[in-house]
Design a protein around this ligand. Structure first.
Ligand code: SF4
Length: 358
């Protein structure tokens, strides 16, 4: 049994589909996490890259069945930060020593939005230069828009495929949302020269271990640089989440599944960046630290102004709604030191996989 962990540890992409499924169900969870952590330490040291997360708007044109800010949820108070507010938050993150920021919002298309983001990215890049990495997570756009934003100074893009199984994707989205279009956007992002990230949710209704193993194979076949995965947490105001019973036991199981996905992904891909998602902390107060110890190497502390945080809830129970950015910084630094890791202050934390490919 242990030889499978040895095989995975020795070199990347060593596992078959069946072996990935075996790893995901590995009986000794601690042994699995330790093996993944050793691979993470070999690839990026005992260090954690920070990205200051700016959730700048919750208006969305899409209606994903699992998402708390889908356009059909009329209980949400909608907001969109101004360009000045976003630039200020990015400058705060830069001065606080975060080597990168992530700009995230609901999905908006059209010229007004493209020009707004282009302007914001250009201003942040002009203020901080190449010392601050700029990641965008703004959904499906035309290749031309991706190219404009790249030229303005963004250099990473996160677009979660949510599941690599097109049939499961179809059950989670209205019929005009297309899995193929999303995959094609990932390929367009690569052509535009971004470091490309994607990810899935673990624990979706109807999802199997085979699906999760196929998700990891999808990450490999698309040659992704960054992975951002979250355990699926039902949101009560969504079509998918409203009837799903939730309990402390369910949260515990979902956390373990999320950690197993991180570990198996690390053991198969080795040198990608993997985020310890905030959703892990929604399930366990030390969920993000557990994510780091299972093989993740990136954290995304929220630097969005407090007045907006409560209105950006993709899933139920999002933590740290009342803490401001300065409190988050101190709190996370302490948490990371407590597990023997250190923060990569003032470093962009580019994906080793991207560097190795270059
Ligand atoms: S998951 Fe993204 S695209 Fe879908 S409704 Fe939520 S914010 Fe919009």
């Amino acid at each position: 049994m242990t030889s499978l962990l040895d095989k995975a540890t020795e070199r990347p992409h060593a596992l078959t589909h069946r072996e990935l499924a075996e790893l995901l169900a590995w009986p000794d969870a601690d042994g699995l996490f330790k093996a993944a952590y050793a691979v993470k330490c070999r690839s990026s040291g005992r260090r954690v890259a920070f990205r200051g997360l700016i959730e700048f708007g919750n208006v969305c044109e899409k209606d994903c069945f699992y998402c708390g800010i889908r356009k059909g949820n009329d209980k949400v108070r909608r907001f969109h930060m101004t360009a000045d507010e976003i630039v200020r938050a990015a400058e705060w993150a830069h001065k606080a020593g975060y080597g990168s920021v992530v700009l995230q919002s609901g999905e908006l298309t059209g010229e007004t939005n493209a020009a707004f983001v282009e302007d914001v990215v250009r201003r942040i890049h002009a203020a901080a230069g190449d010392a601050l990495g700029i990641t965008l997570s703004l959904g499906e756009q035309s290749e031309e828009t991706y190219r404009r934003w790249r030229k303005a100074g963004a250099h990473r893009y996160l677009l979660r495929i949510e599941t690599s199984n097109p049939e499961l994707y179809a059950r989670l989205h209205p019929s005009d949302h297309s899995w193929e279009r999303r995959r094609d956007c990932l390929r367009a992002l690569r052509r535009c020269g971004y470091q490309v990230g994607s990810g899935v949710m673990a624990g979706l209704p109807g999802q199997t271990t085979d699906d999760l193993a196929a998700d990891i194979e999808f990450f490999a076949s698309e040659d992704l640089d960054m992975i951002g995965m979250g355990p699926y947490i039902p949101h009560p105001d969504t079509p998918l989440g409203k009837d799903i019973p939730w309990s402390p036991e369910a949260a515990k199981e979902r956390l373990e599944l999320g950690l197993r996905m991180i570990a198996a992904t690390r053991l198969h891909l080795h040198d990608v960046n993997i985020a310890a998602a905030t959703a892990l902390q929604a399930l366990d107060p030390t969920g993000r630290e557990k994510g780091l110890l299972a093989g993740a190497n990136v954290m995304m502390p929220n630097v969005t102004d407090n007045q907006y945080r409560a209105d950006y809830q993709l899933y139920a129970g999002k933590p740290c709604l009342d803490e401001n950015a300065a409190i988050c910084r101190t709190c996370l630094e302490r948490r990371i030191a407590a597990i023997g890791e250190e923060v990569m202050w003032n470093e962009r934390g580019d994906s080793p996989h991207w560097r190795n490919r270059k």
